[in-house]
Every structure is written in C-alpha cells, then in structure tokens.
Design a binder for this molecule. Structure first.
Ligand code: PFF
Length: 471
C-alpha cells in the first residue's frame, strides 16, 4: 500500500489518476473544436508540421518542467515560484497564469455551452433530414441567438463549479477514465465515415481533405501560421499557465514524471490529428470552406452523423463524451484559480470556488453573446492579406491575448527558470524520483529547456512582431 501525500490538499489515488487527470485537462475542446478550425484557417498541412515540431521541441519540455516545479514545491504556481525564488519576480508566472485561466475559461465556457446545446439538439434529433446548408444555418442561428448561448454557458460553468467544489480527486478521476477511451473510439468511427462520405458533386473528393491535412504546402507557411501553431500547441497541452504545476503538485513521489509528460503530450496530439482526419474529408466532400472559423466542427459533425447508421445514438454519445472532455479541461482551469486563492488568500475552497466561478461566468457571458448582444464590443482592424476589415469580438480578443501571449510567455519563463535557475541536481532528483529510476533523456531535456524552447519561442515572437523577418 502506498500512502498518499498531503491529504489536506487531496491527492490522486492511483498512477492512472494523475495521468488521466492531466490528460483530461489536455484533451478537450482544444483538440476537437479548435485544432481543426485553426488548421483550416491557417495553412493546412504546413500548420500541422509546425505544430508537431512545437509539441516535440517546446510542448513536452514545458509540460515536464511544470510537473517538476509542481511536485517539488507541492504548491500552486504563484506560491511555487515564491517558495523557489523568494524576492525574485518569477511569481509573475503565477499571476499571468491566473489571468490566462480567467480569460481562457471565459471563452471556453462558451464553447462548452455550444457542446451542451448540441447534445440537447442531438437528443431531440433536431438535425434529422437537414442538408449541410441547413445544419450550418442552425449553428449560426443558435450563436446569434439573444440568450441560448448564455444559458448553456451558465449551465457549463455551473457543472464546472460543482465538480471543483467537490474536490479534485473525486471530481476528476471518475469521469475521464471511462469516457476518454469512448471518445477516442468514436473519433475513429467518425473518421472512417468522413473519409468514405460520398462527394456532393463530381468535382469534390473526400481524399482532398486528407491531402489538405497531410500534404504540406509550404508556400502557405508564414508568420501567422507559426504564431497560430505555437498558441494552439500551448493551449492544447494545457501548458504555460501553471495548470500542470497545480496538477504536478498532486503527483505522488514515486510516479515517473518523464513518461507521464510524454504519454500525455503524444495522446493529446494524436487526438487532435484524429479530429482533423474526422473533419477535413467531410469538409471537402461537402464542398465546405475549411476557413469557416469557430463554427467549423459544429457545422460538419451533424452532417456526418446524418450519414451514418445509428447516427442518432453515435451523435448523442459523442456529444456526451465531448462535454465531459470539455469539463475535465474546464475543471483544471478553474482549479488553477481556486488552488491559488485558497493557498495565497487563505480562504476556504468553497469560497474560492464561488468567487472565481462567478467572476468567470460574468466575463464568459460577454463571450457567449459576442455574436449578438455584444457583437460591437471589440476591435476592427484592416487585414492586409485579404484587403478587408476584420472584426475581433470579445471572445476572439480573449482567445488572442491568452493563447498568443500569456501562454507562450508563461512557458518561456517556466523553461528559463527550470533550465537556468532551478539547479540541475534538483531537476535530476525529481526526474529520477530521488535516484530510484534512471533518466536517460536528462541531457536532451536540459538542452531543450535551456536552449531550444526559449530560443524558439523568442524567435516566433520576433518574427510575428516584425522585429525580425524570416519570411
Ligand atoms: N487543453 C485544453 C483543451 O485542449 O481543450 C484547454 C486548456 C485546459 C488550456 C487547461 C489550458 C489549461 F490550463
């Protein structure tokens, strides 16, 4: 029997516990909703290549660094840095993480709400007999509705709140263990149907979708694609804001951090690519524009379900799984804020959860109604590449600031701290579980955190801001 650590903070009951919970945080709407639409808008296969490179060279090292910091300090991101480097400004990572969690959960709750609406619509069979065009209209009609997106966002946030109030262990483990494998299986089923979908006209072909995804057209590679891929990789892996520092603080001393980070990152990436295989063949078979924005998967999936034996049930099961995947991620976002409030402000978990959930739900309400009531609440800029004005609503602004700036900069601080300031002995101690296991990848890891990841993140920023132009 292994004794669990620090019962006052709760801990995970099994090895699978922490992997499942951290994987539950990573796998969510980021993989299934955001990855396909951003890839569709930004470079197709060229995006995929850059994305994979970022996961391997930056994502995994940042994730492992967060685990090391979390487990060695047993604290929230803010407290962890104050403990590790007193009187130095590293705790800023913790503050940026809290701000990022607020912003991300605000818009995440909106899309979580869309998922619940689609579960509801699936149960009522609302897509039955509808053409692809009609399905698209249903999505637009819903998103432009004056109250429904808000209603579902509030329900989604309420569920997130209830699970967090119940405590980390009970809340998370139960759900992800059963439903993640089901989601994985359903994605395979959907991908098979998508690839074999009959094209609506002779000129169209689902195989084009696979080519779009896997055959990179490097002429599409530009600063925007690279910047998008960096933000998406951080978002999808749940890194750069300390969520995994918080989770790392619950990992038991005898669990292997390196293999956990590797398994989680690779499965997260695999699920995202699988979502791409499920979506793009259908996009091309139906003559859809891959650049359809945030609504892409909500417009495509119901059409695939319509064309599938047992589609009614598959669709319900799929949206159940997606809702749970979204919840296991939103829980981790709220958890960052709550754990920090509890430990730093010395307030009860209940109080911290209530305050955080209310504030985020209010900010999220503006996101939820960003296409209707608050549609003018945003900024318009001139897009040189298309020669048109583009409007960024509140939802898009939060997504932009958090993913493009807060997460990568947070990640930069985390790897620089770990690589240059944490002390090699301490790193090795955590990775080897105090000398128990061998760390054959130690040199590679240190090289990545000290040089590759910081340099790569910096170059992407310089390139994007135009201070340095590589293309
Ligand atoms: N990784 C989650 C997803 O892909 O849906 C989103 C997320 C969760 C981002 C937790 C950041 C985070 F801290």
């Amino acid at each position: 029997m292994i004794k669990s650590i620090d019962t006052s903070r709760g801990s995970f009951s099994s090895k699978f516990g922490i992997i499942a919970a951290a994987a539950g945080s990573a796998i969510g709407l980021g993989n299934i909703w955001r990855f396909p639409y951003v890839l569709g808008e930004s470079g197709g296969g060229a995006f995929l290549i850059v994305y994979l490179l970022f996961v391997l060279s930056i994502g995994i090292p940042v994730m492992l660094s967060e685990f090391i910091i979390g487990r060695s300090t047993q604290m929230n991101p803010f407290g962890a840095f104050k403990k590790l480097a007193p009187r130095q400004p590293w705790f800023i990572v913790g503050i940026m993480g809290i701000i990022a969690a607020f912003m991300i959960l605000s818009f995440y709750g909106t899309v979580g709400g869309w998922t619940l609406e689609y579960l509801y619509k699936s149960v009522l069979n609302r897509f039955s007999g509808k053409s692809a065009d009609e399905v698209s209209h249903i999505f637009e009609g819903f998103r432009n509705n004056s109250y429904r997106p808000l209603l579902w966002q509030v329900v989604f946030m309420g569920l997130t709140f209830l699970i967090v109030v119940a405590g980390i262990e009970k809340g998370i483990e139960k759900y992800s263990k059963i439903l993640m494998p089901v989601l994985f299986f359903l994605l395979i089923v959907i991908a098979v149907r998508s690839v074999t979908l009959p094209a609506v006209s002779e000129k169209l072909n689902p195989a084009e979708g696979l080519r779009f995804l896997f055959k990179p057209d490097f002429s599409k590679l530009n600063a925007k694609v690279i910047f998008d891929a960096l933000g998406q990789s951080f978002f999808s892996l749940s890194i750069g804001m300390g969520a995994l520092i918080t989770y790392g603080s619950y990992i038991r001393k005898n669990d292997n951090l390196g293999s956990s980070a590797l398994i989680i990152s690779l499965s997260d990436t695999f699920i995202a690519v699988l979502a791409g295989i499920a979506i793009f063949p259908a996009v091309f078979a139906l003559g859809f524009n891959p650049q359809s924005g945030e609504g892409l998967v909500f417009k495509i999936l119901p059409v695939i379900f319509q064309n599938m034996p047992g589609g009614y049930f598959v669709s319900i099961l799929f949206f159940v799984c997606l809702s749970v995947a979204a919840l296991t991620s939103s829980i981790s976002l709220l958890e960052v804020v709550v754990t920090t409030f509890v430990e730093e402000l010395k307030i009860s978990r209940r109080k911290a959860s209530i305050i955080a959930a209310i504030l985020i739900t209010i900010m999220g309400a503006i996101c939820a109604l960003s296409w209707y009531t608050f549609r003018n609440f945003g900024v318009s800029t001139f897009d040189e590449s298309t020669g048109q004005m583009v409007h960024f609503n509140f939802f898009m602004i939060l997504d932009y600031i958090a993913l493009k700036f807060l997460l990568p900069i947070g990640g930069l601080f985390i790897v620089v701290y770990l690589g240059w300031f944490h002390g090699k002995k301490d790193v090795l101690k955590e990775l080897s579980n105090e000398g128990v296991s061998k760390v054959i990848y130690y040199k590679l890891f240190m090289f990545l955190v000290r040089f590759v990841a910081p340099v790569a993140i910096t170059i992407v920023f310089l390139n994007e801001t135009g201070l340095l132009k590589f293309n």
